[in-house]
Design a protein around this ligand. Structure first.
Ligand code: GCV
Length: 690
């Protein structure tokens, strides 16, 4: 396989400089006894070689049996596979763990200090290996370990929006697709490294193609147009390619999923209909599922975007979404597969926010057990900040998945630095009923539920287009595994593994990351609940990067009187989809959190906020503050010159130069727009602009 020149991201495994630590690590990890057999164990051995080789300067001795006459070794295997483990850890304790959990413990075995890493299944050994290496890469002691870990979310998935054969990535800002469908089933080294990155943060599912699998009208359009050809992956001749990728992911405990077109029975099967209640359609899906599982026995299932943005769906046959999803679910059920059915649909309603709930909530209890309804975090579309979707907690009889966007479609598209972990924490901690039912608990611990994140990597040598965007993939995986982790901890881990542990670097990069999201909200929206003010454009793959507030009047309804949307019972009624006491809080302009105010309320420009500042003045102030903040973050990054390697420093510095210019452009466009409608000048004299 060709050696490619690309970044190791957070798996750099730089040598441990602290001598005492390094000696302690050596004493416990120079010798490793790793069981054999399952494909995951190959991955464990390989990671130990790379990880320990890098951190400690020499690869470990990998033994086939417990090493004698050495004091201190690492034993990795299932509880019954090796004596150092079965004689020092209660196998029932291990078997009682979640299937993907693991245990790492410091024990004494036959007079030797030994670290045991064990798990109920081989997948847990992979996660545990990455955990142990992470401890060392972040300078944590490993002499007295007692780690017991289980994932909070059953499914922790990446949804690629990659277009097979065409090579483009919808909303991708890191080059072209990683997956070379023309060459597959030939495998590239980079697929393994991608699987390593994902497994290192606990991801266990990858859907390899765009949810837009075929869009009428986009055929024959230019290079950058997305949404084509994905449906073809389900064709018999292409399944071999999918199976090849699955063989890589499998070694890292990752299941492969496909996005499929609802009309596949027609497109591929030659039927005249895709009506979910037609017996021939049922038979076709069953046969296709069997064929897929013949080739990929651990296949995860299908992701489906139906009746949305040009994708066909059950509405074409006058069927509802449960009928639509269930025919596919029945086909997958005998094989243990699932349908991830997206709730991102459109309807006739004037207010787009109400649509998903109106469509799906009445169907609670109608979906088969192996259907997961995949819901975007907010009711609109991955805006810099949205209120949390009303569907979470509203469908107790339905398996739910939360869809987050790791790629930054509306937050600067790989040019702006925008760290989304704080956003995701806000979503996961949101209490859906004011009574201790946060989204993270609604999703966690239940079979078939979990989180799907829209992918962020491409074939760019640094994987992400922007070095700092790697923190988003890292943080996404860590939060899927453990949503209780706080943003600071996750951030600190990523920085230490990516840039080393120099205190100034850690502190500065942490500040940049943690402050970047609020800055982005301020200059992209004015910070009090407005959104969707970006340019769309004529091309099929819209821009969504530049400012263009006049293009979307329905999302802010700015006029001479005021701004914002009334979503109370007097308006679109969206607020009533929340449960109490959330609904009541949002319904009152006094109690509604200021950062969401104009999402729920239409207010006069001169309406006074809690501190006496008017709406228009707050919009001005926030837009200016957002730019000031970006300038400050830019300067903080510049201050690291010489502390971080030149290549990465220069790359991010250049992005920051552009980030400042773009933030200014957003600010100037928005404040001018607000001024044109309100006629109110900035009391600090900045607007109208000169
Ligand atoms: C994959 C938004 C994005 C589209 C995306 C769609 C979806 O509209 O702009 O690129 O399509 O959401 O989530 O299906």
């Amino acid at each position: 396989m060709p050696v490619e020149d690309y970044d190791d991201c957070w798996l750099r495994y730089e040598p441990v400089e602290d001598e005492e630590l390094s000696n302690a690590y050596r004493r416990h990890c120079t010798h490793a006894y790793v069981s054999e057999g399952a494909p995951e164990l190959g991955a464990v051995r390989e990671e130990l070689r790379r990880g320990l080789g890098g951190l400690l300067g020499r690869e470990p001795h990998l033994w086939q049996h417990p090493p004698r006459s050495v004091d201190g070794f690492l034993a990795i295997g299932l509880p019954d596979e090796m004596r150092p483990i079965s004689e020092s850890v209660d196998p029932d304790e291990v078997r009682g763990l979640h299937d993907e959990g693991y245990l790492i413990r410091s024990v004494e075995w036959e007079g030797s200090d030994c670290t045991v890493l064990t798990a109920p299944r081989d997948r847990g050994l992979v996660y545990g290996t990455f955990h142990l290496l992470r401890l060392m890469a972040t300078g944590e002691p490993i002499i007295d370990l007692d780690v017991v870990e289980e994932p909070a979310n059953e499914t922790r998935m990446i949804n690629h929006w990659d277009d097979p054969f065409r090579g483009s990535v919808e909303r991708g800002y890191a080059g072209r697709t990683l997956f070379d469908w023309e060459r597959l089933p030939d495998l590239k080294e980079r697929y393994y490294d991608y699987a390593r990155l994902l497994a290192s943060v606990g991801i266990n599912g990858v859907s390899v193609n765009n949810v837009n699998t075929k869009i009428p009208g986009r055929e024959g359009a230019n290079e950058v147009v997305s949404g084509q050809a994905g449906w073809q992956l389900l064709e018999s001749e292409n399944l071999e390619k999918v199976a090849a990728l699955a063989s890589v992911f499998r070694q890292y405990g990752i299941k492969t999923y496909l996005s499929v077109n609802y009309a596949s029975p027609m497109l591929i099967g030659g039927l005249e209909t895709a009506d979910p209640l037609d017996p021939a359609v049922e038979e076709w899906w069953a046969g296709k599922a069997e064929e897929v599982y013949d080739r990929i026995p651990d296949f995860g299932g299908f992701v489906v975007k139906a009746d949305s943005e040009g994708q066909t769906g059950p509405y074409d046959y006058d069927r509802d979404h449960a009928e639509g999803a269930n025919v596919i679910a029945r086909a997958l059920a005998p094989h243990g597969g699932r349908v991830w059915w997206r709730a991102f649909v459109y309807s006739e309603h004037e207010d787009r926010a109400v649509q998903a709930y109106e469509t799906f909530e009445p169907l609670d209890g109608e979906f088969h057990e192996n259907v997961t309804v995949q819901i975007k975090n907010g009711p609109i579309d991955f805006q810099p900040r949205e209120p949390v979707s009303t569907l979470f907690g509203a469908m107790p009889e339905t398996a739910m998945g939360c869809e987050l966007q790791i790629t930054g479609e509306y937050t600067g598209q790989g040019v702006h630095a925008c760290y989304l972990v704080p956003q995701w924490k806000e979503v996961l901690e949101f209490d859906t009923d004011g009574n201790g039912s946060p989204v993270k608990d609604v999703l966690g611990g239940t079979e078939g539920q979990g989180i799907a994140g829209v992918g962020v990597v491409g074939d760019d040598p640094n994987w992400f287009g922007h070095h700092l965007a790697g923190a988003n993939l890292y943080g996404y995986g860590r939060l899927c595994w453990d949503p209780d982790l706080d943003s600071e901890t996750v951030t600190d881990e990523w920085i230490r593994q990516s840039f080393g542990d120099d205190p100034t670097t850690v502190e500065t990069v942490s500040e940049i990351l943690l402050d970047s999201w609020e800055a982005s909200i301020d200059y992209h929206t004015g910070g009090i609940g407005l959104m969707h003010m970006m340019y769309n454009g004529e091309a099929a793959l819209e821009n969504h990067y530049d400012p263009s507030p006049g293009e979307w009047p329905e999302y802010h309804v700015a006029d001479g009187e005021g701004i914002g949307i009334d979503r109370t019972s007097e308006g679109s009624g969206y607020v009533e989809q929340y449960r109490e006491p959330v609904a009541e809080r949002y319904a009152s302009p006094e109690d509604c959190p200021e950062e969401l105010l104009l999402f729920f309320h239409r207010l006069p420009w001169e309406h006074e906020l809690a501190d006496g500042t008017t709406v228009i003045q707050r919009l001005y102030d926030n837009c200016f503050a957002g730019v000031e903040e970006v300038r400050r973050l830019h300067d903080r990054w510049s201050s690291l010159e010489g502390d971080i390697d030149d290549r990465r420093h220069r790359h991010v510095a250049e992005r920051f130069d552009e980030h400042v210019l773009q933030a200014e452009r957003w600010r100037d466009t928005l404040v001018t727009f607000f001024h044109e409608h309100s006629g109110v000048a900035d009391e600090r004299g900045r607007v109208p602009l000169d």
